[in-house]
Design a protein around this ligand. Sequence first.
Ligand SMILES: C[S@@+](CC[C@H](N)C(=O)[O-])C[C@H]1O[C@@H](n2cnc3c(N)ncnc32)[C@H](O)[C@@H]1O
Length: 275
Amino acid sequence: MTVDEALGRATLRLKGAAILSARLEAELLLAHVLGVRRLDLHAAGGRELLSADAAAYEALLDRRAGGEPVAYLTGRKEFYSLELLLTPDVLVPRPETEMLVDRVLELKPRRLLDLGTGSGCVAVACAVNLPSCEVTATDVSPRALAVARRNAERHGARIRFLEGDLYGALPEGERFDVIASNPPYVRAAEAARVATHEPLLALDGGPSGLTLLARVIEGAPGALVPGGTLLCEIGEDQEADALRLARGRFSSAEVARDLAGQPRLLVAIRYSVRG
Ligand SMILES: C[S@@+](CC[C@H](N)C(=O)[O-])C[C@H]1O[C@@H](n2cnc3c(N)ncnc32)[C@H](O)[C@@H]1O
C-alpha cells in the first residue's frame, strides 16, 4: 500500500468514527509513524509503506477511532507556533487559550504568574515571547509539572515551577503584574463524561464548574501588584458568574470574546490603591 492509499483509507476510517478533521489527523498520525513532517507526506505519496509501518499506523488509527486525542498518540501539539510535548498527564492545549497568551504579551508584565500550567503552554509561550519577563508557573499535579518542565527546557524558556494548590504554591507575599490562568471550569458531571482520556483534574470545576474559577478570582487581588491584571479563561456560559465573582474585588472587570464570538476571558484589574 502506498502513502497516498494509506491516507485515503485512514481518512475514510476516521470520518466513519465522526472525526471532523479526518484528513489532517490521518496525515499527522502517518507522519508520526514515518518520522517525517506532515508536509513531506505529499512528496512521498507514491512510496510503498513497510508492513511494520502499516501495522503501527493501523494500531494508532484504532486508538484514534476509539477517542484518544491525536496529540496523545503523537505526543506532540502545536500551541502559539511552538511544538509542545504532551502526555495524558496534561490537558491538550486548546486553540482558544492562545488568546490568553495574546493578552499577556500586550500587557508586557515584568512578573507573570501562570496558575495551573498543565503542559506549560501558556507559561512557555509567554516566556519565549517576553524574554525579560520573570515567569512563575504552578500546578497541583507533579506529573503535569514534569511535562511543563520538559517543554520549558525544549524551548529554552526560563520559568520557575512551583507545586501546590493555587496561590498556596507561592512564597508568602509574592506579587505579580499579571496572573494568567486557565483553571478547570467544566461542571463535574460533564467533566466525568468528557475526560475519558484527559486528566479529570484538569477539567473538573466542581458541581457548578465554578469552584476553581471562584478561588482564582477571589485570591487574585492578594497576589497582584496594585493596578495588576488577572486574565482568566472561562467557559462560554460563565460570563455572568465570572463578572459576579469579580464584582467589588477589582477596579474594573470585563469579559473578552474569542474568535468564535464566545465569552472566553475575564480581564480584571486590581485597584491601584486599595483592594
Ligand atoms: C484546564 S487545565 C489548563 C492547563 C494549561 N494551562 C492549558 O491551558 O492547557 C487546568 C490545570 O490546573 C491544574 N489544577 C487543577 N486544580 C488545581 C489546583 N487546586 N491548584 C493548582 N493547579 C490545579 C490541573 O492539574 C491542570 O493542569
